[in-house]
Design a protein around this ligand. Structure first.
Ligand code: AKG
Length: 274
């Protein structure tokens, strides 16, 4: 069954309550346009940065996750709640909560691959200064198709997407906040690469760009088809990106170019160890 996906490229500020109000407003707008699955960006309730995580972190359930549950229920949609800094047992995680149209939590993804990079003269970021990684893969079922979740840096790890494809996901959603160095270089390429590798839809959902923030997001939320075409994209302002998703299209592409059957499983395999 085809459905409309909405990626909300939210303008995230330092005021958590404003972020929650704006998110609720845009989720409602997306639902009124007929969207059935709506996704928010990484760190939608907090500025992105290791110094902010301890200050903005919440338990789940907590204020922000309760708001997400309410947004899903009030609008009767699946809501992929971007991510929030989560506090649990004294540790912090970068966590995506997914709610069904009844407002129930159906998936929780803690970012598996932490964003620790050092590109001299450009960007050094060490998420592991304050966060711990999650240790599980995350998918959820909808009446439309199964969906796999990764957060930002997770998109660089091809095996994660392959595992989701093997688990029969037809759509992968990555809330993410690339930056002004890696964004122009890699964001679209990675999105298209994961889509072509696995012959499924891939959506990325960024915050809008705030030039005054300590971490300036690239924006450019996008949806790529199983053929590798960018079927929806945008620049860096706050907006809602809509895309019609046909869950039968991945199988069409897979029958045309049957790499999944042609894989030399006798020589190698990708498997979950946990
Ligand atoms: O992989 C990148 O270049 C950016 C990743 C990132 O910003 C993140 O994981 O939050």
């Amino acid at each position: 069954m085809a459905f409309k996906l909405a990626c909300v490229q939210l303008a995230v500020t330092a005021t958590k309550s404003d972020n929650l109000v704006r998110a609720a407003k845009l989720v409602k707008q997306a639902a009124q346009q007929g969207s059935k699955i709506i996704a928010l960006p990484e760190c939608f309730n907090s500025p992105y940065g290791t110094s902010y995580f301890p200050e903005y972190a919440e338990q789940i359930p907590g204020t922000s996750s309760n708001e997400l549950s309410k947004m899903a229920k009030e609008n009767s949609v699946f809501l992929i709640g971007g991510s929030i800094p989560e506090e649990s047992d004294g540790k912090l995680y970068n966590t995506c909560c997914v709610y069904n149209p009844d407002g129930n939590l159906v998936a929780k993804h803690r970012k598996v691959h932490l964003f620790d990079i050092d590109v001299p003269g450009k960007i050094r970021f060490q998420e592991s200064e304050t966060l711990k990684p999650g240790n599980s893969f995350t998918t959820f079922d909808t009446p439309y198709c199964k969906v796999g979740i990764g957060i930002c840096y997770d998109i660089r790890f091809a095996e994660l997407a392959q595992i989701y494809a093997n688990q029969d996901c037809k759509l992968l959603v990555y809330p993410g906040a690339f930056n002004m160095t890696t964004g122009p270089a890699h964001w679209e390429l990675l999105t298209r690469a994961r889509a072509i590798d696995n012959q499924l839809y891939v959506a990325t959902v960024s915050p809008a760009r705030d030039e005054s923030a300590t971490y300036v997001a690239w924006g450019h939320s996008s949806v790529v088809s199983p053929w590798g075409n960018v079927v929806a994209t945008t620049d860096h302002e706050e907006t809602i990106l809509y895309s019609d998703i046909d869950p039968s299209y991945p199988d069409e592409v897979r029958s045309q170019i049957p790499i999944r059957n042609q894989k030399r499983q006798d020589m190698y395999e990708v498997k979950c160890l946990k």
